[in-house]
Design a protein around this ligand. Structure first.
Ligand code: COA
Length: 254
């Protein structure tokens, strides 16, 4: 299934576990993530959830091969259900990021409550470079968290940036040595797990409720554009270039 889920001391950890493909996320992995989040939401013994990769890589984002073979269809696709799941998750959601966090690897962090990054963390949102457009309501959330120009730099140019920049942009709480990222995040989750669960739930709901409808609307709008663009010749060229280990040639498209 390529994710590992375990619950200990009232904290559920969800770990990407596909090192040979840099933790790229397939439709089957999205479906497993949806199930893990739903189980954590429904279990009163679970107080919060931590998502992490390894000490070397968070995730390379959507699995390009899988995306080409099984392009997601509509709002019931595993990826859409996952994005709605993290956007509406009612308990604290934490992330520990080392190494590459590409595409959804970065945009999912905008829905987390606490994000800790290792010194090796490299964030990127290369949607335009792939002939696509932003997802996960990042076209709304990144400008609102980071400011328009910094969001435009990330979403239009799509170049990777480091953990200090992510912290300045406002979606990383602290930067740590790589070996400490996951343990520190688990320790923070442990602190949350000892606080009154109802207070955490209500506080989170109050902080998020003003934006919830706008996020849902933006996700739908992005999803509609993304679904069309995924089938475009530009995206096919970008994905074929990645799989062929060559540079894409967009000059052929008007
Ligand atoms: N989908 C499918 N396979 C992927 C992948 C992805 N998103 N990202 C990496 N892989 C695979 C590579 O094809 C390679 O497979 P191989 O060993 O069978 O050739 C393996 O994982 C290792 O990747 P590699 O590129 O050699 O590692 P790297 O350390 O040089 O670079 C990344 C790591 C994450 C920076 C780079 O792989 C990358 O940019 N990936 C593409 C990310 C992307 O575009 N994601 C958004 C999709 S919408």
């Amino acid at each position: 299934m390529s994710i590992r889920v375990q619950t200990e001391n009232a904290v559920t950890t969800i770990a990407f576990d596909r090192a040979d493909k840099k933790n790229a996320i397939t439709a089957a992995m999205y479906a497993a993530l949806v199930d893990a989040l739903a189980a954590a939401a429904d279990d009163p013994a679970v107080r919060c959830v931590v998502v992490h990769g390894s000490d070397q890589v968070f995730t390379a984002g959507n699995d390009v091969q899988d995306f080409l073979m099984n392009p997601p269809h509509g709002e019931d696709s595993p990826v859409s259900r996952f994005l709605r799941g993290i956007a509406t998750f009612g308990k604290p959601l934490l992330a520990a990021v080392n190494g590459p966090a590409v595409g959804v690897g970065t945009t999912m962090l905008l829905h987390c409550d606490l994000v800790y990054a290792g010194e090796s963390a490299r964030f990127s949102t290369p949607f335009a470079q792939l002939g696509l457009c932003p997802e996960a309501a990042s076209s709304l959330l990144l400008p609102s968290v980071a400011g328009y120009q910094r969001a435009a730099q990330a979403l239009l140019l799509g170049e990777p940036f480091g953990p200090q920049q992510a912290r300045e942009m406002g979606f990383v709480n602290a930067v740590l040595p790589d070996g400490e990222t996951i343990p520190h995040t688990l320790a923070q989750a442990g602190k949350l797990a000892r606080l009154p669960a109802s207070s955490l739930r209500v506080t989170k709901r109050l902080m998020k409720q003003g934006q919830q409808e706008a996020i849902a609307r933006q996700m739908s709008a992005e999803g509609a554009e993304f679904g069309v663009m995924l089938r475009s010749p530009e995206a096919r060229e970008a994905f074929a270039a990645f799989l062929g280990k060559r540079k894409p040639d967009f000059a052929q498209f008007s």
